[in-house]
Design a protein around this ligand. Sequence first.
Ligand SMILES: [Zn+2]
Length: 474
Amino acid sequence: MLGDMKPFKMVGNLYFVGTYRASSHLIDTGDGLILIDSGYAETADVIVESVTELGFDIKDVKYILHSHGHSDHTDGTPRLLELTKAETFLGEGDVKYISGWAPNHFYQDGQVITLGNTNILCIATPGHTEGTFSFFFNVEENGQTYRAGMFGGAGTNQLKKPYLNRRKCSWLNRGLYFKSVERLKKEHVDVFVGNHTWNNKTKGKYETMLDSVENPFINDAEWVPFLEKCEKDAESVILNESRELFVNYAHRGASHYAPENTFLSFYLGIYMGANGIETDVQMTKDGVLVLFHDKTIDRMTGQEGSVSDYTLEELQQFTFEKNGLTDKIVVFEEFLKQFSFRDITFAIEIKQPGTEKDIADMLRKYGMHNKTIVTSFSLECIQIFKEYAPEYRVGFLTREVNEQTLEFLKEIKADELCPFATIVTTENVEKWHREGFNVRAWGVYSEELMRNVYDSMADGMTVNFPDKLVEYIK
Ligand SMILES: [Zn+2]
């Protein structure tokens, strides 16, 4: 197989041995070779030929470092392991992405990998993947020492929600990405090494180098601007999606017009153009999950007690009324039967502690994980739910947001923050987005507030009058 890039010496003992689509780099340490990234399976032999063409022996590769687990950086490894006795390194969080081999070592954050004259500092820079690592090491040329640096996962397409959903990744990876970029900016880099050729313009520099005495790879003014561009790209992904994927949740259905949490109200919401439904789940005395908001039933029925004091049959005797429209209580499973197949987003609020697992089982029965966010005002409820059903995304409903809460939410991998609408400002949304959260407002009690929330670049809101939001978004 022929490579589409010639192998060449970049700076000192650092060589390019990859392809245009997936960079691989070779370091000659004087006591064996280190290979960074193995490319695709079908181009593994390009690496072998490149190493040979440069006058080295593939058998001398002692370490293979992988910047992250995606196939374009790791799939060549099984073939290379047939030809070498190299030890392999990967970030632990990326084991799920690889196949056909198992790493000998997981990097530790801040670890230095030493071979011969080379010390490679490995720092954890998750975001692009959970286990992305970046590398820093010195190279020498003409008696000068330069610091080489590689951002192990710069691409931002992998921060898009459809991609994260497909790969079963947390949306919080976005926040990790921003943090990693911040951290990388503090590193000094004279030689910017890309793990894709378009990151550091490998091809153009190689061509320049052919008829230039200066080495274009030595340039300490490239690293930070590149990271700033990465940051901007990530911001654009989030802002674009906040518009393109904005969720207008009919709050308990179109509850401004019809009795809340009834089929009438849900269908009206969809009819008005809502692309999401928000509802509340509680359990009856006889263990049936139903949709009901309040702690007590008096506002809706004029009777005493709460949902859990009544059997389903008893609750079905009540008629809910609004604006002359009437309907009955809805069983959660009936709701899922009628709505689960629709291409809309669901916000399911847990109202009673202790019902987390029943709700999860019911959602699982209808395969709702890619279109549902399970929320609660109780951190404990969402924590229990998430532990039991990690494939579901959870959100925290709150009136106030503080650092402690945000840290806790990250710990339990809650992807969504649901603040009260009045604190959903442009400034706050920007901050919460940077932390990695999806931002969805609740408590949108007026049209003015609705407009403010939408304009803040939040990702969604629950609203009793979804028709007005549809109109505004237009
Ligand atoms: Zn990747």
